[in-house]
Ligand binder design. Sequence first.
Ligand code: HEM
Length: 456
Amino acid sequence: MTTPRVPAPTAPGPRGAPLVGNASDLKRDLYGALRRDFGRYGDIVRYRLGPRTVHLLSHPDLAQQVLVNHAAQHPKIPAGNGLGLLLGQGLVTNDDHSSWLSQRRMMQPVFHRQRIAGMADEMARAGSRMLERWRVRYRPGDTVDVADEMMRVTLDIINRTMFGADLGLEAARIGPAIEEGTRFVNARSQSAVRLPMNWPLPAQRRFRAAKGMLDGVVARIIRERRAAGRGRGDLLDMLMEAQDADTGERMTDRQLHDEVITIFGAGHETTANALSWAWFLLARHPRVLARLQAEVDTVLGDREPGLEDLARLPYAGQVFQETLRLYPPAPVVSPRLVLQDTVLGGYAIPAGSSLLISIANIHRHPDFWENPGDFDPDRWAPGRAAKRHRLAYLPFGAGPRLCIGNNFALMEGPLLLALTARQAEFRLQPGQAVIPEQAVTLRPRGGLPMTFHPRR
Ligand code: HEM
């Protein structure tokens, strides 16, 4: 006699309201709700969002299964009505495996560590421009919106590295348009009801105007660059020259266009948020700040840092990595689809439902991190990371869709931290509340006002 197979149970989760399920609770405070429900229900939490079922996964083994081992069974959910409105069919939002793969193969070499290394000077120059602007604009003790300043500098960096010498009035219009577009997509990602894009509402109208302008400027820059036929060695050139190693194909103008906007969109807000959180954490941990300052003062003295200094500024790197652990700028990976009924962590996961992998929860999982809430850059001292689960730390995602800009960010972040820490520090007001808000990225709600204190 065969024993009947016992079906896997459904995962636990908050009950939610009739019809809408958990939608309004998640909308109110997505970051807080995902943290709280991980604490209450564990590694797998089931939500209902109207007719849809979503599972929150917060364990490195589950991330490994979905993002790495069975990535083909868990494609990205089409983002056409969200982030895709801004980024088109670029690398982040492309959900068609074969065209994504071809794009990825072309772009991978562009983001190789050695090619990115050539951009360090441009990054340091943008940092110096920022410090010079502060010197003129702020007096000691003035309040500065650190979140806003970090956005400006990372946007300046992506602009210069993308367009190099072509940077003129035209390219200067891209930044504000990207900001407008990102704001709209962020707000849309948080709203339970997504109103049609062609409705004549002020927000949709502003978005359409910004996107139209962006498309026009990027198309014109690409056209002019193709016509000029001269190489400049910037990111745009590298993308134009990129070839599929097997087929020899290059990108069409449309692909190039979407990838340029994607790199702007994906490549500045994430790093800016990481840096904002770093200044917040440093202000709350004066001993860590003092150690960082001692390192930059000893290594750099009166100089600005360059690429060759990064290896001699290990603590700046550790501070940046630990910040990415506590406040991962992408707190969840893009939702993945379940193509076939499956079982994850002992629970039944139905086909057609979606999976939300929480980087933020995994980064504070008590089974993998000692005192997970503590800001302790020494976790990243040489040798210590080797003992961890491979996916207990995944700020850049994992598997085939791993962030292509990780080397870029890991150079830019510590470089800007070191450069700024040499010249200035920021302080919080006593008792100042800073609340993380999760839209597409994790940022301080309402900005990050801090007082500015030059060091030299
Ligand atoms: C601290 C900074 C950054 C963080 C935390 C971050 C995080 C991530 C994460 C988690 C993913 C995977 C999303 C998923 O699987 O759903 C991703 C993908 C991506 N990131 Fe980043 N990112 C950062 C910086 C950058 C930069 C600087 C660039 C470009 C210059 C960039 C470009 C991209 C692109 C193009 C993808 C899509 C890759 C693909 O699907 O093939 N990112 N990023």
